[in-house]
Structure formats: C-alpha cells, structure tokens
Design a protein around this ligand. Sequence first.
Ligand code: GAP
Length: 474
Amino acid sequence: MWYSLETIVAWAKRRAFAYPGSEIYGGLANARDLGPYGVELKRNIVDARWKHFVQERNDMVGMDAAILMNPKVWEASGHVSGFSDPLVDCKKCKNRERADKLIEEYIAKHTITIEQVQEKIWVNALAPEARTFEKQTAFLNEFKVKCPKCGACDRTEPKKFNLMFKTQQGVIDGEGKDIYLRPETAQGIFVNFKNILDTTRMRIPFGIAQIGKSFRNEITPGNFMFRVREFEQMEIEFFLENDEEKGLKWLQDRKETSENWWIEKIGIKKDKLRFREHGADELSFYSKGTRDVEYDFPRGWGELQGIAYRTDYDLQQHMKFSGKDLQYNDPITGKRYVPHCVEPSRGLTRAILTAMIDAYDEEEYTNQKGEKETRTVARFHKNIAPVKFAILPLIKKDEKQVEIAEDLFKKLSKLYKCEYDDSGAIGKRYRRQDEIGTPYCITIDQQSCEDGTVTIRDRDTMQQTRVKIEEISL
Ligand code: GAP
C-alpha cells in the first residue's frame, strides 16, 4: 500500500516531523527543517546505527571531521574535475534539467526498439558513452524529448555543472581563499587514516565510521527529502588488505548485514527493499563493484544506501597530492602496502524520509460505540519511534492520579523519550499518539490509585493490558 508523497509531506508538517525551510520568508527551494518529532526520529536512527556498527564491534571506531577542508582534498579525490552533472536549459521556459535524467526517464516510459536507434545513438542511458555530451544531445534531439515543464523541445547543449558548493575563507572581500562545502563525508575519513592508525590500536582489517552533513548543488532536487542540497550521510570506510578477491568477498558479504540492519533495527518492510548490483557500465571510475540498497518510494525505486569497493583509489590519490606516506605496515607479515577500502554509505536524510514513508498508515477500525472510524497511525519500529511512552492521567483533576502520572513520567523519562498529556478525551489523546507513532500509551485511572496498576495500550493492536507500574519497560 502506498500513500502519496503529498500525504506524507502534509502529515510530516502537521505532526511536527519536518517543516519547509525558512517558511516565514517564503521558504528556500527544497530546504527542510526537522521539527520536534523529526529530530527525535533522526537521533534514534543515528543511535541505532552507531550502536550496531561501532559500539558493538571491536573492529570499528568513529570520528567527526570538519565540513570545511583544504581544497586540495577535493582535487585529490577527483571532485573538482569530475563531480558534475550535464545541465540543459529549456530555451522556452528556462527550466533546468539534467540531460542524463531526462534520457533515463524517457527510456523508462517508452519502448525503444534497436531499429529506432541510429548508429550514433545508444539505448542504455547508463552506458559510459551515454555520458558524452554529443550523445546526450543526439538522443534528446532524435527522440524529441520534451521539457517536462512546458513541453517544448528546444534546449541548450549540455554543459558541465559542478555540484560542489563553493565559498570563501578569509575576512577581506575578494581576497579570500576558495573552499568547498564537503559533498561527501568520506574524504574526512581518508585524510585521517594515518592519524587513526598512529593514535589507536586499530589494525587492518578495521573500519572508521562518521555521520555528518554533506552539500551538493543538485540540479534537480525534489521528492520531499529524497534529493536535497543539504543532507546528512552515515558513512563507513572499511580498510582491508590490498587483495581484490578479499575486497570483492567483503562487498558481497555486506548484502545481508545491510539488509538486516534496515529491516531489524529500523523496521523497514522487507518487501519494500531490494538489492541492486551496478553493471560494469554504471560503475564510478574509482569503483571495482557497487551494490545499492533501494527502497520502493511512492515515485519508484530509489537508492537508500550505496556500497562501493573503492580499492586503494582514495589513499593513493591523497598520497600523490599530499606527498605523505599512507601505507600500512602489517605487524605480523611485515608487508607494506596501501590498503583497499569498501564503503557502505547510508543517507541519513533519506533514512528519515524512508522511515516516515514506511511507517505511515491509515486504518479503518470500529470504535467503542460500534461506529467505523479512520485513524492515522505511524507504525515506527520501537527503536526509532520519536516518543516511546505517553503518560495519560485519565482525570486531570484527580490529585492522586496526577501524582502517580507525574512520578511515572519522572522515572521513565530518565530512560526514554516520554510525553505527558492530560488534555482532552482519552480517545483523542490516543489518536494524537498514534499519529506520531508512540508504541505505548500508559493510562492512570481510579484503579491505579487503589492497586498500583496501570493500563498499557499497544499502538498497533489497540489492545489494553493492565500491569504493575514497576513492570513497565520497553
Ligand atoms: N561517499 C560515497 C557517496 O557519497 P553517494 O551514492 O553519492 O555516495 C551516498 O551518496 C548516499 O547519500 C546515497 O545513497 C543517498 O542515501 C545519500 N544522498 C546522496 N545525495 C543526496 C541528496 N542530494 N539528498 C539526500 N541524500 C543524498
């Protein structure tokens, strides 16, 4: 069952998950701010990831690099020369699009036979030759691909558009040094590889994890938080021996680890996930193999996580550009080499979006009067639900009930994010919690004052059970 993106966007705003950025000034295209429940959801996803991949492992450490880095980092990594998309402008309505995306979408919607394809035109939008501007222009003209906004078929030739945000460091106007906002967190790890080796007891194989903001001046951002210009990533660089066979095996083994994490720790539905291997013609220049974890978003399958076997590309490049020796000395074999690296890279912003889409549900049920009603219920996994317990005194004028409820809030909120709500009819309070995905509502009633028990209502089944206060835990 899919709910439209418009439904998710409206609910996310109504229930304080995500607001349009700078809204009182008319907004800023595709910028989003997380609200009180959105930020709890994000913290829970981050915690689930850190616990599973860093805290519970002996072969992983974390770090947090600066967003602003020496510009040479981006020359070495290839981002200055190669991190660009082909940009085309519609001459009629000035709409800006990515040539490769226009072609991909055209091919997805139309059946193109080989006969239709002239010698000079390729069918596979992802083939390496498809990346040349001449071929892209040829395709767009040959198949009269229309502007998605105005329908015209008159556009500029594709031109390279670098996706990095440039800014200036320095206090004197015009004399500052050009620097970039990082387009990925990964390079912060590579440039600290030697620091970590020298200052910790980590030995290969081991991994370094990081979570943080990245910035890309995307030509076609959109689909709510799917493609935005400021987003967060959760990346790991796992360093291995310089052995291609072992690297490819490690890449293969990530399939289960990755899928299981999304399903078991974040609660994403199994049938909405798929694992896709990049064909040889689709690989980034530095990758010997790439697998994506994709989610079935309302507008189609989209990447949630990429796992790339980056070989020794990055460390070699940084050795070349920095002049520093980043080789590893194996303490057992005495071998000296530049380690290879496999990179599982998860989008945190996309994970938040996916968790919201996956959890959102509308359900018809019969109320206590026997009438049919519909409730909105966010079925978040209890690991990531923004609020774990709602504490609801049935009658707010009953001093004893309030005393028990306040005492319970004080105790439980030391361990979990809880909410105290004493306003309105109890049914309405349950609905409010259902909408933000609180797994358990605890109601304090007259019987609580007599025997120290409370009722716990399960969000999904709506069943209530009576338990002793001391027994409550997640
Ligand atoms: N270091 C490798 C790297 O950055 P990527 O496939 O470009 O690889 C990794 O990005 C993940 O970051 C993606 O799977 C996606 O979840 C997220 N991501 C990339 N661009 C994004 C954008 N513009 N908005 C939101 N998330 C994005």
